[in-house]
Design a protein around this ligand. Structure first.
Ligand SMILES: C[S@@+](CC[C@H](N)C(=O)[O-])C[C@H]1O[C@@H](n2cnc3c(N)ncnc32)[C@H](O)[C@@H]1O
Length: 428
C-alpha cells in the first residue's frame, strides 16, 4: 500500500465541480452534526454507478448519502445505530407527495389552532433539567402539537397510502424545531445556554412562537419532496454495523459512500440529547448511556473497562496502542476498540460490495494526547486484508458549513485540520 496524498487527483477535480452545483433542500430537513456535504455522495454516485444501482452507507446518520441516492435515482441501503437519526433519514427518503402534504398541513394547522387538549405534567417526557432547557409555554405548545398530530392521524385521516410515513413527517418536523424553540444557543454543537443567549434574553430580543415556527417548518419541508422523481427506494435499518447480518444484500452493492465516526472525537449522541429525550427515543439515563456505549469511537469508559487493552491483527496499529499505553491506558483502549470495530465494518463492506465496486470514505486523522492517529491509513491497511485495493486518496478542506463541528472537535483536543477522501476498489 502506498498511502500518499494525491494532489493531482482527478476525483478531487470532479468533487470540486460538484460542489458548485445547487443542492436538494431535503438536506436541511433536520440538524445533524457530522453530516456529509451532499457533493461527496453525489459526485461519486454519478461517477461510479448508473440509475437503479444500489448504494450502501454503514453509518448513514441523517441520510445524506441516502437523499443523494434518491435524487440520482439509485437505490439505497443504510445502517445507523441512533434511532432518532434513523427516523430522520427515513422521513427524508419517503416518497411523499408535496401537494398532498400541503393540504394535510392546512388540516393539521387548523386542528392545532382551534382544538384544546387537556394538559398534565404526565404528558411531559423525561428530560433532566427540563425547565432549564425549555420555557413553560414552549413545553406546553410542543405537547399540544404532538397531541394534535396524533388526533389528526387517528380521527381525521383515513386510509391514505404511506399514512405512517406522513405522520412521521409531522413528528420529525416537530423534532427539527425543538432546538430552535428551546433556550439553547443554536450556534452551539452541544446543547447549552450561552452568555449570548442570556444577554439576548435580558434585552428582550428572544421571541419564540412555537406554533408559527412549526407551520413555517412543515410548509417549507413539504416542498423538498418535489426533487424525487424516480422510482428508486431507500431502506434504512436501525442496527449496529459492527455486528449486523447483511446476508440480504450480499454481493449486491454497487457503491459505498460513508463517513465513519471519528475516533474519540465527537459525541454525536450528546449533540442530539434534547431531541432524543423530547421525542422519547430515549427515556432514561441508562438508555442514553447504553446507546452511547455502543457507538463507535465512544470515549466514555469506566475505569474497570480499560484495565485490559484490546489489540488488533495489525502490527502497526498495535505499536500505536503500545505507545499510548505508557501515556494513557484509557486512550490506548479506545484506539484498540475503535480499529477492531472498524475492521468488523470493513469486513461487512467487502461482503456486500460487488467485485470491482468502489468504496468512498471520508475520514480524518485524529489526535489523542497530542499523538497523531493515522485513521485513514490504518483503515486502508485493514481494507487491503479484506480484498480492497487503494485507488486514490486526496485532501478535502473542511468546509465552512461544518465549522461549528470543527470547533467542537477542537474542544475535544482532537485537532483535525482536513479530511481525506479515500477511494478503494474491491478486487475481482
Ligand atoms: C459521521 S456520522 C455520519 C453522518 C451522515 N453521513 C450524515 O450525513 O448524516 C457517523 C454516524 O455513525 C453512527 N454510528 C456510530 N456507531 C455506529 C454503529 N456501531 N453502528 C451504526 N452506526 C453507528 C453515528 O450515530 C453517526 O450517525
Amino acid at each position: 500500500m502506498d498511502f500518499q496524498i494525491n494532489d493531482e487527483s482527478k476525483y478531487k477535480v470532479l468533487l470540486d465541480q460538484e460542489k458548485e452545483l445547487p443542492r436538494a433542500g431535503m438536506h436541511s430537513f433536520h440538524r445533524y452534526y457530522g453530516k456529509l456535504i451532499p457533493a461527496i455522495p453525489s459526485a461519486f454516485i454519478k461517477e461510479f454507478t448508473k440509475e437503479g444501482d444500489l448504494v450502501f452507507d454503514p453509518f448513514s446518520g441523517s441520510g445524506t448519502t441516502a437523499v443523494e441516492s434518491l435524487c440520482n435515482n439509485r437505490n439505497f441501503y443504510g445502517l445507523e445505530i441512533n434511532p432518532l437519526a434513523v427516523s430522520i433519514a427515513r422521513v427524508k427518503t419517503s416518497k411523499l407527495d408535496p401537494v398532498l402534504l400541503m393540504s394535510l398541513n392546512e388540516g393539521l394547522m387548523m386542528k392545532i389552532r382551534t382544538k384544546e387538549y387537556e394538559f398534565s405534567e404526565k404528558d411531559l417526557p423525561y428530560l433532566l433539567n427540563r425547565d432549564h432547557w425549555f420555557k413553560d409555554f414552549v413545553q406546553r405548545d410542543l405537547i399540544h402539537i404532538a397531541k394534535a398530530i396524533d388526533d389528526y392521524f387517528t380521527n381525521d385521516i383515513n386510509e391514505i397510502p404511506l399514512k405512517d410515513e406522513y405522520k412521521q413527517f409531522y413528528l420529525m418536523t416537530l423534532s427539527a424545531i425543538i432546538r430552535n424553540v428551546s433556550n439553547c444557543d443554536t450556534r452551539h454543537v452541544f446543547p447549552g445556554i450561552s452568555k449570548r443567549m442570556r444577554a439576548l434574553e435580558a434585552e428582550g430580543k428572544i421571541h419564540i412562537d412555537v406554533i408559527a415556527s412549526y407551520e413555517r417548518a412543515i410548509n417549507k419541508r413539504a416542498q423538498y419532496y418535489a426533487d424525487y422523481t424516480g422510482d428508486a427506494h431507500a431502506s434504512i435499518i436501525n442496527a449496529d454495523s459492527t455486528t449486523v447480518d447483511l446476508s440480504d444484500i450480499k454481493g449486491k452493492v454497487d457503491l459505498i459512500v460513508t463517513n465513519p465516526p471519528y475516533i474519540s472525537s465527537v459525541r454525536y449522541i450528546e449533540t442530539m440529547k434534547i431531541e432524543l429525550y423530547w421525542m422519547e427515543y430515549i427515556q432514561t439515563a441508562n438508555e442514553y448511556d447504553s446507546l452511547a456505549h455502543k457507538m463507535l469511537g465512544n470515549d466514555k469508559l469506566r475505569k474497570d473497562e480499560y484495565q485490559e487493552l484490546e489489540y488488533t491483527q495489525f502490527d502497526e496499529i498495535n505499536e500505536v496502542i503500545d505507545d499510548m499505553k505508557v501515556i494513557d491506558m484509557k486512550s490506548a483502549k479506545i484506539i484498540g476498540t475503535f480499529f477492531n470495530q472498524i475492521e468488523q465494518v470493513i469486513e461487512r463492506m467487502a461482503y456486500v460490495l460487488k467485485p470491482g465496486g468502489k468504496a468512498v470514505i471520508k475520514i480524518s486523522d485524529s489526535k489523542m494526547k497530542k499523538r497523531k492517529i493515522e485513521t485513514g491509513r490504518f483503515m486502508t491497511l485493514i481494507a487491503e486484508r479484506y480484498g480492497f485495493a487503494l485507488v486514490d486518496v486526496f485532501l478535502d478542506e473542511i468546509n465552512n458549513n461544518s465549522r461549528s463541528l470543527t470547533t467542537a472537535r477542537n474542544t475535544y483536543s482532537d485537532i483535525i485540520t482536513h479530511d481525506y477522501i479515500i477511494i478503494w476498489e474491491k478486487r475481482s
